[in-house]
Ligand binder design. Structure first.
Ligand code: PLP
Length: 379
């Protein structure tokens, strides 16, 4: 089956009780049992819920994985994934990872004896050099948020596997429509479903998908034991979202290219960060590894004042954190999404005060460009 067919059908048989074509929202905490030890596969809704199960199967299929587990947020999914790591073990992480991931790793999980090293994973030799005897995981985000650094998933997977470490990829920015990390050897894929998978900015969620049976059993155990599950209603919203993922990503990608081309030529824009641009130093890798370039574009207008002018002059684009929704969202990473990263790290990564990040939505492309044009003219 092709991707769009899988998106519409995987995990979603018509309801066996009623024939409902759309998976119902099973808004229940528990399930009647026919007798002691006799049930229909569901006992208690923290452990399992049919709506959540449908979503888990759907996203696993989209990523080409066997197992999927849905969580209350992307961060809860990442936190559950890190429960594969024990005290005394070491994890290598992309140094330009999402601020919340950085915060979870450095401020919380490091208190429990897990060692983290943040390296430029786009340079495979840096990953190789950072590997220690106790390295058990390489956690990669590609392209990174917000400066769009691309990591070679195959090369990193080869290096990590040679050292006996699992590779995790946060595929939130691309979605499985544009990038399927497991095809390059990645072991575990995580998503903030809050973004492209839901696609409508109306729910927070996360998912972990993987193939290794032992690791999957542990993630399921963590999901049930710690209980950071996705609700039936939120699961249903994401399921509705994935049905149109292929259509939406085509449009996101098309408009992303047009907006990036407009920004690249604009005299008020000093620099753009977009892997689809031939000027991006990893354009060839992005082209090879991704089916498209997506709709995340960052651009530098030189100063906080200029960035403020753009962000406060847009009319169609909405000034807001988050990304991946049908509406175009624009934000200021240094003070919004990446405020939890130290100034020194922000400066090193290029997250300057003049940097603006845009998540291009599915409105008419010309309208988005016209709005950016008038906002840039106000600088
Ligand atoms: C790349 C990436 N990963 C993970 C997260 C965290 O997801 P959530 O906000 O659903 O917890 C985000 C949120 O912005 C993100 O951009």
């Amino acid at each position: 089956m092709g991707f769009a067919t899988t998106a519409v059908h995987a995990g979603q048989e018509p309801d066996s009780a009623t024939g409902a074509v759309t998976v119902p929202i099973y808004q229940t905490s528990t399930y009647a049992q026919d007798g002691l030890g006799k049930h229909k596969g569901f006992e208690y809704a923290r452990t399992s819920n049919p709506t959540r199960l449908a979503l888990e199967r759907n996203i696993a299929a989209l990523e080409g994985a066997q197992f999927g587990y849905a969580f209350a947020s992307g961060m809860a999914a990442i936190d559950a994934t890190l429960r594969l790591i024990k005290s005394g073990e070491h994890v290598i992480v992309s140094d330009n990872t999402y601020g919340g991931t950085y915060r979870l790793f450095t401020r919380i999980l490091s208190n429990y004896g897990i060692q983290f090293d943040f390296v430029d994973t786009s340079d495979v030799s840096s990953v190789e050099a950072a590997i220690k005897e106790n390295t058990r995981m390489v956690f990669v985000e590609t392209p990174t948020n917000p400066v769009m650094i691309v990591t070679d998933l195959k090369a990193v997977s080869d290096v990590a596997h040679a050292a006996g470490a699992r590779v995790v990829c946060d595929n939130t920015f691309m979605s499985p429509y544009l990038q399927r990390p497991m095809e390059f050897g990645v072991d575990i894929v995580v998503h903030s479903t809050t973004k492209f998978l839901n696609g409508h900015s109306d729910g927070v969620g996360g998912v972990v998908v993987l193939n290794n049976e032992d690791d999957a059993a542990w993630i399921a155990f963590v999901q049930n034991s710690a209980g950071a599950i996705l609700s039936p209603f939120d699961s249903w919203l994401v399921l509705r979202g994935t049905k149109t993922l292929a259509l939406r990503m085509e449009q996101h990608d098309k408009s992303g290219r047009a907006v990036a081309a407009f920004l690249e030529d604009h005299p008020k824009v000093q620099k753009i960060y977009y892997p689809g641009s031939v000027s991006h130093k990893q354009h060839a890798l992005a082209k090879r590894q991704q089916k498209g370039f997506g709709s995340m574009v960052s651009f530098d207008v030189g100063s906080l004042e200029a960035a403020r002018t753009v962000l406060e002059s847009v009319k169609l684009c909405t000034l807001a954190e988050s990304l991946g929704g049908v509406e175009t969202l624009i934000c200021h990473p240094a003070t919004m999404t990446h405020a939890s990263i130290t100034l020194e790290a922000r400066e090193r990564l290029g997250i300057t005060d003049g940097l603006v990040r845009i998540s291009v939505g599915v409105e008419d492309t010309d309208d988005i460009i016209a709005d950016l044009d008038q906002a840039l003219a106000a600088i």
